[in-house]
Structures are given as structure tokens and as C-alpha cells.
Design a binder for this molecule. Structure first.
Ligand code: GAL
Length: 412
């Protein structure tokens, strides 16, 4: 009898310990490269006795994940942490659903090492509510090196040269541009095209200040014309295709290039490829010197006392320098702290880190509209709608400009 009781007590204690050591994490990292990066985090936490309860919600850009998260919090069943982008973090801060991470932040010295451009999203009302795990940027092109070599193509430096390269690839019988027709992917192209067409000040005025004159300008019309031009290089089956399948087309030499954020690099690496050998990375032509960024952050939700210790451990782990290097090397992104060495990063990662530091110094670090760092969700979604409808031929460029001005005004 006594033995039985002791056993029951031991089991109860171990169950209690398990619950306390667990983090439940909601995220949208379901592609091969993303899952590989997530494993770095799971293993890191596992090594510290924290177990991982996975809550994946597929869908690049995270729209699906945000819908599930809202339902969970409404049902009073918030996860320990949720992957989140930019303005969405601020929305949750305003709703008072987030935990207060100021103690961890102070103990770990986050204020001194996390760039201000990220802190602006991680903190609400002076309180750290999220731990940034990376910095991605959207103005990249990923190219198949064998195709470039075969056709004698160099790195295009402006839009006309990009078009020449796409023409050559198409003429050789490849799909010139690997793309997936989903609103967030179309909008990811739009980040680069707006920046290349109008430059840094124009991007800031239109996408961040939401200035009506910039949104309705001839420059914006030209950006839409360029989107239509890019549309002419995608294959017939592009509708609804996931971004990682578009990456695979470049990896497998079916397509010449993909215009995508540097999470795409995670797919190339996961396929065993190396930059400069099987694939090339370069900034979207005409955007060199500027960076349209987004940062994945883990928003920590207010949870019961029993779950707070594991939550704090996760927050601490996410921003530790060694983890920031190990994780971002795999993910394709760059560290969310300024003091991490680039020694373990490949050529694209080293360039990404340099570009980020330079852009930060030169005032050309811009929040990505497509990935939630230029404007709140309502505006972002309004931009998605117009960009996608135009990309699919529903609007002329003139109409798209007018629709964009109206939709952005309505959404505010
Ligand atoms: C982005 C996110 C990246 C990557 C991508 C595709 O919004 O920041 O980490 O996951 O979506 O899923």
C-alpha cells in the first residue's frame, strides 16, 4: 500500500514537472528548411530540460497561424509562445494578452544588443513582450547557377537587365520565374518592385507613411507595370503553389530564379546545396544598399504560474548568442542581435548581415509591407488584395493605383 502511494506520488510529481517544463509553441514553420531550423530550437530547449509541444499551422507569411491564434486566445487557451511579425505583436500588446519579459530582458541585457528597429516591435508600452529570433529580408533573388552559367548570364543590376535575363531563361525552355500565386507571395514581389522602382524615400512614403500622393503616383503605376511584366515569366501552374515548391523548381533546375525572402535559402541548404556552387543569391536588381526586413519574434502569452519558468527559459534561449548563430545559419535569416559573429554563416548569410548593418546605418532599413513590418494587418491585407487582383489580370495598372489609394484609405 505504502509502495503504491509512493509510486503514485512519484508519478504525479513527474507529471507535474513535465507540465511545468513544457512550452507549447504556435508557428508556421512547416517547410523542410523551416522545420530544420525549428529543430535547432527544439534541441536547444531540450538540452535545458524544456520539452516542446508543437502547434504548427501551415501557410507561409502566417495568416493561417494568426487565425488559429485568435481562436485559441479567445477560448482562454493561449499557447506559451507564438511566432509573430511586426505590427501583429503590437496588436496583441494592446489587447493585454502578452506576458511581461522585462525581468529576462534586463538579466540578459537585451536593450543593448537588439537593434532598435526590432525593439520597436518587441516592446509594448515600455515592456518586452516578444523575443526576436531572427531578421529576414524580402528583397532577394535566388537563382539556379547551372542555368546562369549555361546561358552566360551575369548578375542583373537593374530591372532591364533582370528582364533580359528572364527572357534568355524563358527562351532556353526553362520556367523563367518560379512563383506561387498566393497573395502574400505576390506582395513579397511587390516589396522589391516598389523599392526598385521608386527608391528608399518613395518606399518609405508609400508603404510606411501611407502617403496618398505616393500611393497614387506615376511611380506606383510603373511598379504595377513591372509586376505585370514579372507575371509574364511564371508558368501556367503557379496558382496557389506554396513558396517552398517554387524554391524546389530552382533547386531542381526547372526554373531560373525565385524572388523571395531569405527563408528560401533554408530550402536550398536543406536540399544539400551551397551558395556559389549550385545556387546564387543577389539583391533584387535596383535595391542594392537597402533592405526590406521582417523579424520573426516569439510573443510570450500570459500563462499560469506553473508554465512561467519554461516560458522564461525559452525567451532566454531564443536570444542567446550561440543559439542566434546556430539557428539563423540554418533558417536563412540573420541574427536579431548586433554582437553575433558571422563566422559560421555562408556567403549569402555574411552578405545579409553586412547589408543589414549598412542599411541600419544609412537609413535604408525599411519594414516589409508583405511581412507585417510596414503597416498594421488591415492595411497589409488591403494591399494584398489589390496586388493580387492586379497580378492576376483583374486590374490594369491605372486601376490598381486607384484601388490601392482607396483600399489603403479605407483600411486605416
Ligand atoms: C515569413 C516568415 C519566415 C518564413 C516565411 C515563409 O513571414 O518571417 O520565417 O517562415 O514567412 O513561411
Amino acid at each position: 500500500m505504502l509502495k503504491k502511494l509512493a509510486l503514485a506520488t512519484a508519478i504525479a510529481a513527474s507529471m507535474g514537472a513535465n507540465a511545468a517544463d513544457q512550452v507549447e509553441v504556435l508557428h508556421w514553420w512547416t517547410s523542410g528548411g523551416e522545420a530544420a531550423a525549428l529543430n535547432v530550437l527544439k534541441d536547444d530547449l531540450g538540452g535545458n530540460g524544456v520539452t516542446w509541444q508543437d502547434m504548427p499551422v501551415a501557410g507561409g507569411g502566417g495568416e493561417g497561424a494568426m487565425t488559429v491564434l485568435r481562436a485559441r486566445v479567445t477560448a482562454n487557451n493561449a499557447p506559451t509562445a507564438a511566432q509573430m511579425l511586426g505590427f501583429d505583436i503590437q496588436d496583441w500588446g494592446a489587447q493585454g494578452a502578452a506576458a511581461d519579459l522585462n525581468d529576462v530582458a534586463a538579466a540578459e541585457g537585451w536593450d543593448a544588443v537588439v537593434p532598435a528597429a526590432l525593439q520597436r516591435f518587441s516592446k509594448y508600452d515600455g515592456k518586452w513582450i516578444a523575443a526576436p529570433v531572427n531578421v529576414h529580408s524580402t528583397n532577394w533573388v535566388w537563382a539556379n547557377k547551372a542555368i546562369f552559367d549555361e546561358l552566360g548570364l551575369g548578375m542583373p543590376l537593374n530591372f532591364d537587365q533582370l528582364v533580359d535575363a528572364l527572357d534568355a531563361i524563358q527562351a532556353a525552355g526553362y520556367t523563367a520565374l518560379a512563383h506561387g500565386g498566393q497573395a502574400w507571395q505576390d506582395a513579397t514581389l511587390f516589396d522589391s518592385v516598389v523599392l526598385a522602382t521608386g527608391g528608399v524615400d518613395f518606399y518609405r512614403k508609400a508603404m510606411i507613411d501611407l502617403d496618398e500622393a505616393a500611393l497614387g503616383s506615376d511611380t506606383m503605376k510603373m511598379a504595377f507595370d513591372r509586376m505585370a511584366k514579372l507575371r509574364s515569366y511564371v508558368d501556367d501552374n503557379f496558382s496557389g503553389r506554396d513558396w517552398n515548391l517554387a524554391s524546389s523548381m530552382v533547386i531542381n533546375k526547372e526554373a531560373g530564379m525565385q524572388i523571395m525572402g531569405d527563408w528560401a535559402k533554408g530550402e536550398f541548404l536543406n536540399a544539400g546545396q551551397t551558395p556559389g556552387e549550385e545556387f546564387l543569391c543577389f539583391r533584387f536588381p535596383g535595391t542594392a544598399g537597402a533592405v526590406t526586413f521582417n523579424s520573426d519574434q516569439f510573443v510570450m502569452f500570459a500563462v499560469g504560474d506553473d508554465r512561467q519558468s519554461a516560458q522564461g527559459q525559452m525567451a532566454k534561449a531564443v536570444l542567446s548568442p550561440s543559439f542566434q548563430s546556430a539557428f539563423n545559419v540554418v533558417k536563412g535569416s540573420v541574427p536579431a542581435r548586433t554582437d553575433v559573429s558571422d563566422a559560421d554563416f555562408d556567403a549569402c548569410g555574411k552578405k545579409g548581415m553586412r547589408d543589414l548593418a549598412d542599411a541600419n546605418m544609412n537609413g535604408s532599413l525599411l519594414g516589409s509591407m508583405a511581412h507585417g513590418h510596414a503597416a498594421p494587418a488591415a492595411v497589409k491585407n488591403a494591399v494584398y488584395d489589390v496586388v493580387t487582383a492586379h497580378f492576376n489580370g483583374e486590374f490594369s495598372s491605372d486601376d490598381a493605383v486607384a484601388e490601392l489609394v482607396a483600399a489603403v484609405a479605407d483600411a486605416q
